[in-house]
Design a protein around this ligand. Structure first.
Ligand SMILES: [Zn+2]
Length: 84
């Protein structure tokens, strides 16, 4: 290991996004459900409906946090904002 390696690893650690509850829930969905989720949002479907159905399907996020995720304003996307 050299200083360069250490610095590189340190930077990698910090750039790792920490998924929010909604992000973790979505990551655990089967592909078909995840695609349907994205499609619903892309088609401009109401987030309130999406949240209600997400909770029914095991999502433990509060509606405000769920909305933040749908608007990409949650911890899942923080790393991208720092990099931009
Ligand atoms: Zn998120």
């Amino acid at each position: 290991m050299s200083l360069a390696d250490d610095l590189f690893e340190d930077a990698q650690e910090k750039s790792k996004p920490i998924p929010c509850k909604t992000g973790v829930w979505i990551a655990g969905l089967p592909d078909r459900d995840r695609e349907a989720f994205d499609e619903f949002l892309n088609n401009g479907g109401p987030v309130s409906n999406l949240w209600r159905l997400a909770v029914k399907n095991g999502c433990a996020s509060a509606e405000t946090r769920f909305r933040a995720h749908c608007r990409k304003r949650c911890s899942c996307y923080n790393a991208l904002e720092i990099a931009a």
